[in-house]
Ligand binder design. Structure first.
Ligand code: NI
Length: 199
């Protein structure tokens, strides 16, 4: 690689980091500046086929993850991480609701999600909806997810962003955990936030 192309890559990297800087990383965790609104109203259905809205989570700490059940690696890893983090929290875990929201509503029906979540934390709420409802909730949470055709098949996968959102009982985003954060880090951080939280 020439000197010029190396310099160009550095410039592109700086530009990309600038965009990501809207949600800045500090001390390994994502701190969300108040200027970036995240979350908001949604209407979906849960893994039992019952209507479920944002109001059903109000007043609760919750960990929210967007993914899809056909995801080969990242989603199961992150859901297993949430499961371990909650187990690490012990008794405090009862105050936190873990939520999985599908970015693949065509394949992720309530029954598919229900079966899938049996492998993870028992209290998991799994949500899906119509493609429009999913687009709406993705926009509110600034989730990137895009269908990508699989070569040589009629199937597809879904490219998607992978953050774990922690909201407090007043519906305020507390932090975002990244794929590089461990279950231990998450549990310690949640414990600290539960202790420091003033409604
Ligand atoms: Ni995934």
């Amino acid at each position: 690689m020439g000197k010029n192309s190396a310099a160009l890559i550095v410039l592109i990297a700086i530009a990309v980091l600038g965009v990501i800087g809207m949600v800045t990383s500090r001390g390994g965790r994502m701190d969300v500046p108040p200027s970036v609104p995240l979350g908001g109203p949604f209407e979906l259905i849960d893994q039992n086929g019952a209507p479920f809205t944002d109001k059903d989570l109000s007043g609760q700490w919750r960990l929210i993850y967007f993914g899809f059940t056909y995801c080969p690696a990242i989603c199961p890893t992150e859901l297993a991480k949430i499961t371990r983090a909650l187990k690490n929290l012990g008794a405090a875990a009862k105050d936190i609701t873990p939520v999985f929201i599908s970015v693949d509503p065509e394949r992720d029906t309530p029954s598919v999600i229900k079966k899938y979540l049996k492998s993870f934390y028992p209290g998991f709420i799994g949500l899906t909806g119509t493609p429009d409802q999913i687009e709406q909730v993705k926009a509110a949470y600034r989730v990137y997810a895009k269908k990508v055709p699989l070569d040589g098949t009629t199937g597809y996968t879904v490219d998607h962003s992978s953050y774990i959102y922690l909201f407090d009982p007043s519906d305020k985003i507390q932090t975002l955990y990244k794929t590089s954060d461990t279950d231990r880090m998450m549990a310690d951080d949640i414990q600290k936030r539960l202790k420091e939280y003033k409604p």
